[in-house]
Design a protein around this ligand. Structure first.
Ligand code: IFG
Length: 506
């Protein structure tokens, strides 16, 4: 016993005596998404107890970003005050006079022994530079905070880097959606597609058609109480996302996936009878009545009210799995919806089946199941958003033992979600045809934030890197090591991620 305690004492003396690891090589710091270029300077910068933040060209946006950075530092026990002008004392300098080559979302972060210089051309770029700095910093207070010196020059490959949350199958309250928005922002993602209506639920208040939420919002898969966003709550989520440089794209799926609306208003049904509310998980059994004028009044009213709540350019109108809408009715329906969107100054986004319609070149086709539809869209001059179910669907089970999710498309382990390139996955779909990538989470089997986190993390981190980082810089063997180091950070954030056996988690 004595020998054992002696060994423990020696081990403690050895480990306690070890000086804290001083980061000296910036290329060894794990960042996800991987920046376009990282140049180490081989030294280390130590944060003083007070780290002033300098705003070289004060403006509303810069002030807001200065305060945001201040909050991030304070969470680490680093006090900072915000000053204007060039850096005088060791601290962090933010400026918006970065080179045009950085584009709208790029940034340049230079870490020297005298202080940190973060510059961008636009505010979004500074915000993303701060996300990188967050990953370079410890995730919890430490007695000395150091980062390796060096230069990071970074900008995203694709302008659309996003996720989709299906709040129709199971309703997620605004506070949970905001947590999801924070996760996307941390990963430099800039789009959140909200699937607001489906067979099982209508989740957004439409003042001209109040029964859509009174009746259509009253339940969900499994028969629970469902729920919906008032227009004020929705506007608040849109603003919360915008502060984090995320645009919300609302989806009202049509003409299929519309049972919640059909149960709310008899006149929307071809037989004039309201359908029963539906709490199962079948798809493809519902359709608006495409040859009734009231249907287009309905669509116009919904799009009008949604457009007023949507600062972004796009509204998603679904269009998927309209199995009971004859193609000769489906095509003119989508064509009319496209006209209605244009009337309300919005562009159309839809699942890949809409490529059968006379889509115009501003329309975006979300490729989920049929690459031939994506190719059809490209022939019509439209752009494509890559969400191939076999790679990007976050509701796909990891493997046959996963308790949550589905596997109709594939089992998608962490490596499958990462080791693909949307610009070469399918013949005829190239980088110039793509606006980016989006990872949808369908919620037939996902009922709360913990379950969401289990399915979303860690795969979404790979999707974020696919959207941001050039393929030549994306190597699985390198990514899996960087991902492994994120485990303590994710745990500290309370994220219940799937600890895949493919990763040697730290
Ligand atoms: N396909 C349906 C979704 C959902 C999904 C579950 C699309 C575009 C299967 N449509 O994906 O509503 O049920 O994985």
């Amino acid at each position: 016993m004595l020998r054992f305690s002696l060994l423990v004492l020696l081990a403690c003396l050895w480990s306690c005596a070890q000086p804290p690891v001083v980061p000296m090589n910036l290329t060894e710091s794990a960042l996800i998404p991987q920046p376009q270029s990282v140049t180490p300077f081989g030294k280390s910068y130590r944060f003083d107890a007070v780290t002033p933040i300098y705003l070289t060209t004060p403006s509303g946006k810069l002030d807001t970003l200065g305060q945001y950075l201040q909050q991030q530092l304070q969470a680490l026990g680093l006090q900072s005050d915000i000053r204007t002008g060039e850096m005088e004392q060791a601290g962090i300098q933010l400026s918006l006079n970065g080179p045009d080559s950085l584009g709208a979302e790029g940034y340049l972060l230079e870490i020297t022994e005298e202080g940190l210089y973060l510059q961008a051309k636009e505010a979004a770029g500074l915000f993303y530079g701060i996300q990188s700095l967050r990953q370079l910093l410890p995730f919890e207070p430490t007695d000395t905070t150091r980062v390796a010196t060096g230069r990071i020059v970074d900008a995203p490959v694709y302008p659309h880097r996003g996720a989709m949350l299906d709040v129709a199958r199971h309703f997620f309250k605004p506070a949970d959606v905001k947590v999801f928005i924070d996760y996307l922002a941390m990963l430099k993602m800039n789009k959140l597609h909200l699937h607001l209506a489906d067979d099982q639920g209508w989740r957004i208040e439409i003042k001209s058609w109040p029964k859509l939420t009174e009746i259509g919002g009253s339940t969900q898969v499994g028969g629970g109480q469902g729920g919906f966003y008032t227009q004020q709550e929705y506007a608040d989520m849109v603003a919360y996302a915008a502060e984090r440089f995320i645009t919300i794209i609302p989806e009202i799926d049509m003409p299929g996936h519309t049972n919640a609306a059909l149960a709310s208003y008899p006149e929307l049904n071809c037989d004039g009878k309201a359908s029963a509310l539906y709490t199962g998980t079948e798809v493809g059994f519902s359709t608006l009545c495409t040859d009734k004028e009231v249907t287009y009044q309905f669509v116009d009213d919904v799009i009008r009210e949604l457009a007023a709540l949507t600062p972004g350019a796009y509204i998603h109108i679904g269009g998927d799995e309209s199995h009971v809408t004859p193609l000769e009715d489906y095509i003119p329906f989508i064509n009319r919806v496209q006209q209605i969107l244009r009337k309300h100054n919005k562009k159309m986004m839809g699942w890949d089946e809409i490529a059968h319609a006379d889509i115009d070149t501003t329309t975006v086709v979300q490729w989920w199941a049929a690459p031939e539809n994506a190719r059809k869209a490209i022939k019509k001059g439209a752009k494509v958003l890559a969400s191939p179910a076999k790679k990007a669907y976050l509701d796909m089970q990891y493997d046959s033992t996963t308790q949550l999710g589905l596997h109709w498309a594939a089992y998608v382990e962490v490596d499958s979600a990462y080791r693909w390139d949307p610009a070469s996955l399918q013949a005829g779909i190239k980088k110039e045809h793509l606006i980016g990538i989006e990872a949808p989470l369908w919620t037939e089997t996902i009922t709360n934030l913990d379950e969401l986190e289990y399915m979303v993390f860690p795969r979404i981190m790979g999707h974020a890197e696919i959207g941001w980082t050039a393929p030549a810089l994306r190597k699985w063997e390198d990514y899996r090591v960087r991902l492994a180091t994120m485990a303590p950070r994710l745990k500290a954030m309370g994220i219940d991620f799937y600890a895949s056996a493919q990763i040697d988690w730290k």
